[in-house]
Design a protein. Structure first.
Length: 431
């Protein structure tokens, strides 16, 4: 049974627990319940039980949710475990990823089961206290996810485009993560006081068709809903897109990076060696690709539910004249939100060499190597010289351009330090 009324979304999540519009079958059941003087109460109970029993399509979605629950919880817990147990994995970006994994795990553990139960039965079985708590955490973790993605984009921007101004420490990362959780909780606070549970008055029917929804008037609910959609979806996605466009331009198209890469290549041909800076540039591109993939996945998965909310609020779709296909669309849109939380660990595995290696080590029977030796080995491997073939024409051209002849002061500063300032072992490329 799909929810047919747009309650406030919090980035698309909260609608799953909104008050349902009345379908024809439900109207029949409710009429029987309201007119128990004229109809047998047992008939009303039987009617409702048949109504809330899952259909074959709903059983299919239940199986999909169970699959996502298993994969997502195991994957996100594994992400947290491999980062926290390995010192060399504890970089700025990875700590933000751990925060994102924690939010995804909370979504799957706390919100997914209740959403499925509510969606299928159109009944809130978990009581009034959980009605407030679940919606509160649902909105909170959505806020944590989108603000964490925004923080990662800002951190990558300063590390790549403004390296001389990048002074990120573990303390700053911890404070930032704490602020993210506080802001998200504050945005979700109205749910604590305004979520209400509505039941039938008859004791035999009170456990059926109980609804959990926000108890605001229509105007205030609309304002709050738009506020959440704008602050937790629209604005962050635009900001993140701008930052990653700038980052992509610097990594793949900026003349400064081309000049640095050409200078290092020339030095490589002249001396026959490749430098660490080239390896670092390639690593940054891989990290950027993975993070962009995570953001695109988030935007795509949360778009359908937010889009449905927008077309209803603008009057394009009448919330009380929905076609039979709408409940199916809602169930699929809710499933996509949880699909996002479950898929992130798989992205880390397929797009990050170091995460893939750590995941394999967890399931390997081999003894885990000493972290200090592993870090030393990794550093030596990334900085060792690799012999390159020489070419006479390139060799001649390279003599015309030296690192010290570059006119960009910041570039000379970066090349003289070899490893870019601000890209130390704390926020280095370890993804």
């Amino acid at each position: 049974m799909g929810e047919l009324n747009s309650s406030h979304l919090a980035g698309g999540m909260n609608d799953s627990l909104g008050q349902s519009a009345l379908t024809p079958d439900f109207n029949v059941c409710k009429s029987i319940c309201d007119a128990t003087v004229c109809f047998d109460l047992q008939l009303a109970v039987k009617c409702i039980e048949e109504y809330i029993f899952p259909t074959p399509l709903e059983w299919f979605f239940i199986c999909l949710h169970l699959g996502l629950f298993t994969i997502g919880v195991v994957g996100n817990v594994l992400v947290c475990f491999v980062v926290l147990r390995s010192k060399h994995m504890q970089t700025v970006t990875n700590l933000f990823i751990v925060n994102l994994a924690c939010a995804d795990a909370v979504v799957l553990v706390l919100c997914s089961p209740s959403t499925v139960l509510q969606s299928v039965t159109e009944t809130w079985f978990l009581g009034e206290a959980m009605c407030k708590v679940v919606i509160f955490f649902q909105n909170t973790v959505v806020g944590v996810s989108v603000l964490t993605l925004s923080a990662i984009a800002v951190e990558r921007y300063f590390a790549i485009c403004r390296p001389l101004k990048s002074r990120i420490t573990m303390r700053k990362v911890t404070v930032t993560i704490l602020i993210i959780w506080i802001i998200s909780a504050v945005l979700a606070t109205p749910n604590i006081s305004n979520m209400v549970r509505e039941t039938f008055s008859d004791p035999q029917l009170i456990r059926y068709l109980t609804t959990c929804y926000i108890g605001l008037d229509d105007k205030m609910e609309t304002i709050y809903s738009w506020f959440l959609v704008i602050t937790l979806y629209m604005v962050p996605m635009v900001i993140i897109a701008i930052f990653y466009l700038i980052i992509s331009h610097h990594l793949w198209h900026c003349n400064v990076w081309k000049l640095l890469n050409f200078s290092l290549t020339c030095w490589s041909y002249e001396s026959g060696y490749r430098t660490h800076a080239e390896v670092q540039l390639a690593s940054r591109k891989k990290v950027a690709k993975m993070l962009i993939a995570i953001v695109l996945l988030f935007a795509a998965c949360y778009f359908p539910l937010n889009f449905i909310f927008i077309i209803r609020q603008t009057g394009i779709m009448d919330p009380y004249k929905d076609s039979p296909i709408v409940p199916i669309v809602f169930m699929f849109a809710h499933w996509l939100c949880y699909f996002n939380s479950a898929l992130n660990p798989l992205i880390y595995n397929f797009m990050s060499v170091k995460f893939k290696k750590e995941f394999r080590n967890v399931f390997s029977c081999h003894k885990r190597p000493n972290p200090s030796l592993q870090q030393e080995s990794t550093w030596f491997h990334s900085t060792r010289m690799v012999r390159q073939p020489t070419n006479n024409s390139t060799h001649s051209a390279c003599r015309m351009l030296r690192i010290h002849d570059v006119t960009y002061p910041a570039l000379r500063e970066l090349s003289s330090h070899r490893v870019m300032d601000g890209e130390n072992m704390v926020n280095g490329e370890s993804v």
